[in-house]
Design a protein around this ligand. Structure first.
Ligand code: NAP
Ligand code: GLV
Length: 306
């Protein structure tokens, strides 16, 4: 079995060593232009030249959950795309989103400001039932996040393409369920894949349909959010603020209003990081299953876009 690695913005040596340790009989190398044909590739944001030079690849293993960047490229014919499903990301996403929701709900920033100013003061406790949280995308990550939020007794709504039943979560689905889902939610969490159907989905219209005092947590992709619409709705007072981990341009450009906006908390695309050891174990398990002719979880449907 020949495996090639082509991962930009990634420290490649530990991946090479980890894969070699897990698959001692495979031939594994880091791709260079003109390299021999491989059966499988482990990739992150590869250049088009890589795909053009590897027409016989059987599968590409993406070392992240989102495949939007990969699907913009021309794929070798018949090559399957397999993404990381969970691999240690779901628990990170659950802790990040629960932290953001609880921090907002419990007004922890305001309390921190008070304490730093030497003020010992109480705020009226907020009513949990008035903070329904809507999770867009009930896939591997969204379902885990929705379940975790339900443990804190928040009312939780979930929206997916096909109907889903998740304990403690009120389900909505499809375009026909979208407006009802938004109207039932005050906090909006985005865990959709970026596809032609979901690009710009968090916009003025969507945000206006949330309950007053809405709060936005975008942990999926920057291109889901129309940034100027969010700023306008925060200015109007309809949206109380946002926690954003992903941006239309990353790194966030110098001078972008999100850097300093008092109602926006920003983090550098770090809500759920790829865990190398778990991912190597998952990828090698899936390669072995493919070699046996079995279907593997996380295989992307290019027509659907995720
Ligand atoms: P997933 O398992 O593929 O789940 C996607 C969910 O979105 C599914 O529930 C799907 O519905 C739903 N969906 C897709 N298109 C829809 C549409 N048009 N309308 C309504 N629902 C739709 O994906 P995942 O593993 O949970 O990951 C989600 C995304 O998180 C990734 O694509 C990636 O962009 C992002 N991510 C970000 C970070 C970070 O660090 N910020 C880390 C990892 C992932 P069905 O259930 O009906 O198919
Ligand atoms: C990170 O954003 C991922 O898609 O895994």
């Amino acid at each position: 079995m020949n495996i090639t690695l082509c991962c930009t913005d990634t420290k490649i040596e530990p991946w090479l060593q980890g894969l070699a340790a897990a698959l001692p009989h495979a031939h594994i190398s880091v791709w260079q232009p003109g390299a021999p044909q491989a059966d499988y590739a482990v990739v992150w944001a590869p250049p088009q030249q890589f795909l053009d030079e590897q027409p016989a690849l059987r599968a590409l293993f993406n070392i992240g959950a989102g495949v939007d960047a990969l699907l913009k490229l021309r794929m070798p014919p018949g090559c399957q795309i397999v993404r990381i499903d969970d691999g240690g990301m779901a628990v990170q996403m659950a802790e990040y989103v629960c932290h953001a929701v609880v921090r907002h709900f419990r007004e922890l920033d305001a309390y921190e400001g008070d304490m730093r100013a030497g003020r010992w003061g109480f705020r009226r406790p907020r009513v949990r039932s008035e903070f329904p949280v809507g999770v867009m995308g009930l896939g591997v990550l969204g379902e885990r996040v929705a379940r975790a939020l339900a443990h804190f007794d928040f009312p939780v709504n979930g929206w997916s393409r096909s109907p889903k039943v998740v304990d403690g979560v009120r389900g909505f689905s499809g375009a026909e369920g979208f407006h009802d889902f938004l109207a039932a939610s005050r906090v909006l969490v985005n865990l959709l894949p970026l596809t032609p159907d979901t690009q710009d989905i968090i916009n003025r219209d969507t945000l206006s349909r949330l309950q007053p005092g809405g709060y936005v947590i975008n942990v999926a992709r920057g291109a889901h959010l129309v940034e100027e619409d969010l700023l306008a709705l925060i200015d109007s007072g309809h949206i109380a603020g946002a926690t954003l981990d992903v941006f239309r341009t990353e790194p966030l450009p110098v001078g972008h209003p999100f850097w300093t906006h008092p109602r926006i908390t920003a983090t550098p695309h770090t809500s759920a990081r790829t865990m190398r050891e778990e991912s190597i174990a998952q990828i090698t398990r899936k390669m072995a299953a493919m070699e046996r002719g079995e279907a593997v979880a996380g295989t992307v449907d290019p027509g659907r876009g995720y």
